[in-house]
Write a protein that binds this ligand. Structure first.
Ligand code: HEM
Length: 393
C-alpha cells in the first residue's frame, strides 16, 4: 500500500495537480477569519477584529484540505456562507482526531492480545464510534462515485478518490477493493489532518508570547511576498524564517510523545545498546527534541537556532528531533506536509495581526495532561492587516 500511495498519490505531478484545491482552502482560511473579525461583537477597543479560536480554525483548514483533495468538496452538508464548518465538518474533524489519539495511546492488549475481547480501556469502543461517524460521511460519496465511473457519467480523474478507483493491475482489473479504498482514504486523512494544524497552533501560541519573533516572520513575508498578493506555496522556498518557526514548533512540540512503534527485523546494536530481533522500538520524540545535550536551552522557542543552515527544511533526517522521521517507514508526505504547514502559518501571519486576547497577559503554554496539545485551545485576538479586497469576501 505504501508503494501505491507514494507512486500514485504523492508523486510530484499529483502534488502540482492538487495545488488548486489546496489554494482554494488557503483562501477560504483567511476569508473565514476575516468574516469573524467583521462580524465580531466584542466590546474591546478594536474595530473589525475578533478573538479567534485558532485551534478550531486550523483544524478545520486541514479538514477542508483533506476533503477537497479526496472528494473535491469542502462540505458534506450545506456548510456555512462565512467559510466556517457546518456540524457535519465539525464532527468529521473531531472523529479524525479521536481516531488519531487512540492510534498513539498505550493499550495493554497491544502486548497481551488475549485481553482484546474485553476492551478493558474502552479504546476499541471509542475508535469504532469515531470510525462509524467518519464512514457515515464517506460511504455515500464513495458509493456514488463508483456508480458514476461504472455508468460512464464520470470520465476524468479529479481527486484522490478517483485515483484509487482507477488504478488497475497488470490485467486491467481494479487494484484496490472498495473496502481497501475506504480504509485508505481514512488512513490518509489521519496522516494529513493533524501535524500542520498542531504545528501552526503551537507556533502561533509561542510567537504571540514573543512578539519580536512574530514581527521578524511578518517582516520576512512582507519582503518576499508583499501586501498586494497572498502567500502561495511557490513562496515557501524563500520564507526561511517562517520555516524555522515551524521547524522549531515541530522540535519543541511534537504531535505525540513517541514515534509510531517499529519492530526490529534483526538483532542490532544502536549506541552500544543491544536490540534483539522482534523488539518493539519506540523513539521518544520529546526526549530527542528536548535533549539538552543536543539543543541549547531546549525548552525555549528559538527559531534562530535553525537559521545557520543554508537551507531550512522541516525534515530532520539526522533524527536530532523527529519531524517526518527517516528510512523505509519514514513519512512519504514530506513535500505535502511542508507545503500545508508553512502555507497555513504564513497565511495566518501575513493576513492578520495577532495578540493576546483582552484581559489576558500571556498565552498559557501549559501542555494538556494526557497529550502534547495546549491544555486550553489557543484563542487569540486577530485584526486584518491587508486591504479588504485581499480576503475574497
Ligand atoms: C507536517 C506534516 C507531517 C509530519 C510532521 C508527518 C510525520 C510523520 C511521521 C513522524 C511518521 C512516522 C514515521 C515512522 O514510522 O518512522 C509519518 C508516517 C506517515 N505519513 Fe506523515 N507527516 C506529515 C504529513 C503527511 C502527509 C501530508 C502525508 C500524505 C499522505 C503523510 C503520510 C504518511 C504516511 C502514509 C505514513 C506511514 C508511512 C509508513 O508506515 O510506511 N504524512 N508521518
Amino acid at each position: 500500500m505504501r508503494r501505491i500511495i507514494t507512486s500514485e498519490v504523492l508523486k510530484p505531478e499529483r502534488h502540482m495537480w492538487l495545488l488548486q484545491k489546496r489554494t482554494e482552502e488557503a483562501d477560504n482560511l483567511v476569508r473565514f477569519i476575516y468574516n469573524q473579525c467583521k462580524s465580531s461583537t466584542t466590546t474591546d477597543n478594536f474595530m473589525d477584529s475578533s478573538v479567534v479560536n485558532v485551534r478550531n480554525t486550523v483544524r478545520q483548514y486541514t479538514g477542508n484540505i483533506v476533503r477537497k483533495m479526496m472528494f473535491s468538496r469542502r462540505y458534506f452538508g450545506e456548510g456555512r456562507k462565512d467559510g466556517g464548518p457546518g456540524l457535519e465538518e465539525e464532527e468529521h474533524v473531531n472523529s479524525l482526531f479521536t481516531s488519531l489519539a487512540y492510534l498513539y495511546a498505550f493499550s495493554p492488549s497491544d502486548y497481551l492480545p488475549c485481553l482484546r475481547v474485553f476492551d478493558l480501556d474502552g479504546h476499541e469502543k471509542m475508535v469504532k464510534e469515531a470510525l462509524s461517524i467518519i464512514n457515515k460521511h464517506h460511504d455515500p460519496i464513495v458509493d456514488e462515485r463508483i456508480i458514476q465511473w461504472r455508468n460512464g457519467e464520470k470520465k476524468e480523474v479529479e481527486d484522490i478518490l478517483d485515483v484509487f478507483l482507477t488504478i488497475n493491475d497488470t490485467k486491467g482489473k481494479p487494484l484496490l477493493s472498495v473496502e481497501e479504498i475506504k480504509a485508505q482514504l481514512i488512513e490518509l486523512m489521519i496522516e494529513i489532518v493533524d501535524n500542520p494544524a498542531h504545528v501552526a497552533e503551537w507556533a502561533m501560541a509561542e510567537m504571540i508570547n514573543q512578539p519580536q519573533i512574530m514581527q521578524k516572520a511578518v517582516e520576512e513575508i512582507d519582503i518576499v511576498v508583499g501586501k498586494d498578493r497572498l502567500v502561495q506555496e511557490s513562496d515557501i522556498a524563500q520564507l526561511k524564517y517562517v520555516k524555522a518557526c515551524a521547524r522549531e514548533a515541530l522540535r519543541l512540540h511534537p504531535m505525540a510523545a513517541f514515534n509510531v512503534p517499529h519492530v526490529s527485523m534483526a538483532d542490532a546494536v544502536v549506541a552500544g545498546y543491544f536490540i534483539p530481533k522482534g523488539s518493539h522500538v519506540l523513539l521518544s520524540r520529546v526526549g530527542l527534541g528536548r535533549n539538552p545535550r543536543v539543543w541549547e536551552e531546549p525548552l525555549r522557542f528559538k527559531p534562530e537556532r535553525h537559521m545557520n543552515d543554508d537551507v531550512v527544511d522541516l525534515a530532520e533526517p539526522e533524527l536530532r528531533f523527529i519531524s517526518f522521521s527517516t528510512g523505509r517507514r519514514g513519512c512519504p508526505g514530506t513535500a505535502l506536509g511542508t507545503a500545508l504547514t508553512v502555507t497555513l502559518l504564513a497565511r495566518l501571519l501575513q493576513c492578520f495581526s495577532w495578540s493576546v486576547p483582552p484581559n489576558q497577559d500571556q498565552i498559557d503554554l501549559t501542555e494538556s495532561m494526557n497529550e502534547l496539545f495546549l491544555a486550553k485551545p489557543l484563542h487569540a485576538h486577530a485584526k486584518p492587516r491587508l486591504h479588504a479586497s485581499m480576503y475574497g469576501t
